[in-house]
Design a protein around this ligand. Structure first.
Ligand code: GDP
Length: 624
């Protein structure tokens, strides 16, 4: 990597990126092209996975300086060694530079500059994800909705599974992502993709709110997408749709009919009762959201699903989010590229183009990109391959940095940007009592400067879903008497998510306190180190007023600051210009000795004045 930056330019007056269905992950700010950021705030964009040499270049300091700093932090480093993100941040702080660490994943979402003029924007269909507890009817509901689609029926009746489908209602279209569950949703968001416009949370009326319902609500809230609640199975005996409403209210989702602002629709996937209401409700919600896109430009979107087919090669479903995808387009998604050879829609019909909010199955990728990758069309094959290769390289370096990169202490892993610092937590415990106790303790911590927010808390082992949520919201995972299960630990490693496990709660609180202290900006404190009396003054033509003094208490040092006091009032506050004993410059003069002092930029010193000598230092603030 060369130097800072990497964005494809753009004028300083570029309008803010519009909400095109994607949002940034975590605290990552809107990307700004290099020249603009240089003008604006001197924020240097540093690639994650950078080596010692790269970092020196980014920060504009000499390599030996960087190595020296690292040594000061107890790390012996060589030129080509990669640094972990936190180590890069610590170095930037040490050299007093503002930086923003960008990963390849973030960059791929940031690279394209979307500058759609208002007049190019046309309404587009909403994209819906269905989430909820297992067996509450997600799949049944998706199937039932799909079967309501007359247009698909006319097209041949057989729909094929490509990870998404569309439903026509009057002259409107709704796109459903049909991998139910929040795992897919969050895995995508963890990559920075935001494909969903509205989340439908399914709750079975005969079962009520269950753990995965809560999880689904957490995920939707974390993604900041509007929620519509589908109360399913209302055909069943024992269905209590009002109980569902009460329980959802406790999760902060109050029904509209009860004066809240969440839409609840009673449905039955079995009898199809309420399906029309649900679709209408979704269209209404979409209307409020004013979803638009520019169809007349190169396509970009998100990979929804992908697989390797022995006969056809990489089969990749892309949800187009902007522009129109065409046969023959050169396309790149993460470290994968291709030329669009053939496309088909969710009915299996061959298509030549696909516009905003349309899911299409694309043939022609060289290898298989993962769900959540950002896909975009570029000028030609050569450029596509080049971008994909660069990406692959960066991913390799990032992985290396995460595993073997130089690390620093826990306190530094937190975000340092902004005035109010945020600490996001995902909490898991073996029993719910521990969670409540821990949350109570957290609430007691002072929050004026550091906002601790719990993005989710739940009972049970630390799962991949927890890690994905943590990655998506830049959170730390804390576990009490629980451990990562399945591939969670490996995923955390890959995503750079920190997992901390504890057996007692107070330890965790202690650590949190420590870490938060690291986040508090240091405070400047003053120490009065000496008192001086001015006995007589002399004027020297070149030097100004020389004060002949006696140190009556403590000491005076050359670097110290002084307050000049006359008749009990401070008449000047400044630095010492020179400190002498007899004719020699000295560093320090102790109590009981005479000295000559010239104040920097101040001449009006008189016999009888006193000086208060003080030093300032930075101290870490502690939480009481
Ligand atoms: P998922 O795990 O959330 O995808 O749930 P499924 O769609 O697999 O449904 C779980 C079970 O509930 C299946 O046996 C369905 O037949 C049944 N089911 C789903 N929706 C309804 C409904 O509206 N009414 C009734 N009576 N049963 C339903």
């Amino acid at each position: 990597p060369g130097g800072p930056g990497g964005g494809p330019g753009g004028g300083p007056n570029r309008p803010p990126r519009r909400r095109g269905g994607r949002r940034r992950r975590g605290t990552y700010e809107e990307p700004v092209a290099q020249d603009v950021s240089a003008l604006k705030a001197d924020v240097i964009r540093v690639n994650s996975g950078s080596t010692v040499k790269d970092v020196a270049e980014y920060l504009g300091v000499a390599v030996p300086e960087v190595i020296k700093k690292l040594m000061g932090l107890g790390e012996m480093a060589t030129l080509t060694q990669t640094l972990s993100d936190d180590a890069i941040q610590v170095l930037a702080d040490e050299f007093d530079k503002k930086i923003e660490i960008v990963t390849a994943a973030e960059d791929q979402h940031a690279d394209p500059e979307y500058e759609d003029a208002e007049e190019d924007l046309v309404p587009r269909p909403p994209v819906i994800t269905i989430m909820g507890h297992v067996d509450h009817g997600k799949t049944s509901l998706l199937d039932a909705i799909r079967e309501t689609d007359v247009a698909a029926g006319e097209a041949g009746g057989i729909t094929q599974h490509i990870g998404a489908y569309q439903v026509h209602k009057g002259d409107k279209v709704i796109t459903f992502l049909d991998t139910p569950g929040h795992e897919a949703f969050t895995a995508m968001r963890a990559r920075g993709a935001q494909a969903t416009d509205i989340a439908v949370i399914v709750v079975a009326a005969d079962d009520g709110v269950r753990p995965q319902t809560r999880e689904a609500v957490d995920h939707a809230k974390a993604a900041d997408v509007p929620i519509v609640v589908a109360v399913n199975k209302i055909d069943k005996e024992g269905a209590q749709p009002d109980r569902v409403r009460t329980e959802m209210t406790q999760l902060g989702l109050q029904p509209e009919e009860w004066g809240g602002d969440t839409m609840f629709v009673d449905v039955s996937a079995k009898t199809r009762q309420g399906l029309d209401d649900l679709l209408e409700g979704l269209l209404l919600t979409a209307e409020v959201e004013e979803l638009t896109a520019n169809p007349d430009t190169e396509a970009s979107g998100t990979v929804i699903e992908s697989k390797l087919d022995p006969g056809r090669g990489a089969v990749v479903t892309v949800l187009v989010q902007r522009g129109t995808l065409k046969i023959g387009d050169a396309i790149v998604a993460g470290a994968h590229w291709g030329r669009v050879r053939a496309m088909s829609d969710y009915t299996g019909k061959r298509v030549k183009t696909a516009g905003p909010a349309e899911p299409v199955e694309v043939l022609g990728f060289d290898t298989v990109p993962e769900a959540g990758e950002f896909a975009r069309v570029v000028e030609n094959d050569r450029r596509a391959r080049q971008i994909a290769n660069e990406r692959a390289n960066r991913l390799k370096l990032e992985a290396q940095a995460r595993r073997h990169g130089i690390k620093t202490s826990l306190a530094n892993i937190f975000d340092r940007g902004g005035d109010v610092k945020e600490l996001n937590l995902v909490l898991k415990a073996d029993v719910s009592g521990s969670l409540e106790a821990f949350e109570d303790e957290i609430a007691k911590l002072p929050q004026e400067e550091i906002l601790v927010s719990i993005v989710r808390s739940g009972v049970g082992g630390i799962t991949e879903s927890d890690i994905n949520l943590a990655a998506a919201s830049d959170a730390i995972v804390m576990g009490f008497n629980v451990r990562p299960v399945g591939d969670a630990a490996a995923l955390a490693d890959r995503e750079g998510v920190e997992i901390r496990t504890y057996s007692v709660i107070y330890r965790a609180i202690e650590e949190l306190r420590d870490a938060m202290q690291g986040m508090l900006a240091p405070e400047t404190v003053e120490d009065v180190v000496g008192e001086i009396e001015v006995r007589e003054t002399f004027r020297a033509s070149k030097i100004g007023t020389i004060a002949g003094c006696m140190v009556t208490e403590g000491k005076v040092t050359r670097g110290a600051k002084v307050r000049l006091i006359r008749d009990g009032s401070v008449i000047h506050d400044g630095e010492i210009g020179s400190l002498r004993r007899f004719n020699d410059d000295v560093r320090e003069v102790l109590q009981g000795y005479e000295c000559g002092i010239v104040l920097a930029n101040y001449q009006n010193v008189q016999p009888g004045d006193t000086m208060e000598v003080y030093e300032t230092r930075q101290v870490e603030r502690t939480l009481s």
